[in-house]
Ligand binder design. Structure first.
Ligand code: 0O2
Length: 225
């Protein structure tokens, strides 16, 4: 285990007996490795879809892919905050965002296209969909979220792992990154004004995303000379 983590959280997670503690640490490493493997499985699926679609005459629907495995501190703090036990079983049972992947598309309709293509794959189980594009959050947040389960094959077993997939446009991502910074600065005087400005930007971005699709269609319709 290489991550830095608060000792009291680790003590709550691991047994006191040295032998049992060593074994639990090994099990923890295995669990975290499994989440990282699940991220790779899902990333590869999106990369293959993008490669195939770009060959079949579409522009690449996916502009970029990023991923992260939640840190152990982040995992344990979230379990504690939500009142769940700090055990390895509890991580698997209660958290759906240990493995996270973010897909950035140029155009809004590509979001639904690639989401549907993943959902249709027969080894994928969709556990939850939250469409914050159809129903934006009150602050203006837009993104398409899915919790999916993917089987990952290890040396002597197959494990179904949960992965959180967020799909959004470049413009939605630009907005979300800036808005994310606000969350850590709740007490500043200008907060209300900034919140209003961000909401206005989110609505402008949504209108621009829609307009960009219309322009793309007009360009596609132009016949070559
Ligand atoms: P971080 O730092 O990005 O990891 P959950 O938090 O998953 O238990 P929730 O809120 O119902 O429960 O899940 P939801 O709505 O699917 O949101 C999960 C993630 O979406 C967040 O993770 C953010 O990454 C992103 N997100 C959701 N709402 C907003 C928002 O209003 N603004 C921005 N910038 N991002 C948002 P975390 O763990 O909250 O944050």
């Amino acid at each position: 285990m290489k991550e830095e983590i608060a000792v009291e959280l680790l003590d709550e997670l691991l047994p006191a007996d040295p032998e049992e503690r060593t074994k639990a640490l090994e099990d923890l490493d295995v669990l975290l490795m499994r989440y990282e493997s699940a991220i790779r499985e899902i990333r590869t699926k999106f990369e293959i879809l993008n490669d195939e679609l770009s060959l079949s005459g579409h522009q690449n629907p996916i502009a970029s892919i990023s991923s992260r495995r939640k840190t152990l501190s982040g995992i344990l703090e979230k379990l504690k905050r939500q009142g769940f036990p700090l055990t390895l079983e509890s991580i698997e049972e209660n958290l759906t965002d240990v493995a996270g992947i973010r897909i950035i598309c140029s155009f809004m309709d590509d979001i639904y296209k690639v989401a549907k293509m993943l959902q249709q794959q027969d080894d994928i189980t969709v556990l939850l969909v939250k469409d914050y594009i159809a129903k934006p959050k009150p602050n203006g947040y837009r993104s398409y979220h899915m919790i999916v389960e993917v089987p990952v094959f290890f040396s002597n077993e197959k494990k179904s792992m949960k992965v959180e997939v967020q799909i959004r446009t470049i413009a939605m991502d630009f907005w979300a990154n800036l808005e994310h910074r606000m969350r850590y600065k709740k007490d500043i005087e200008a907060a209300d004004e900034i919140i209003d400005e961000l909401k206005e930007c989110a609505d402008n971005i949504a209108a621009t995303d829609t307009k960009m699709m219309i322009i793309r269609e007009k360009i596609r319709a132009i016949k070559p000379n």
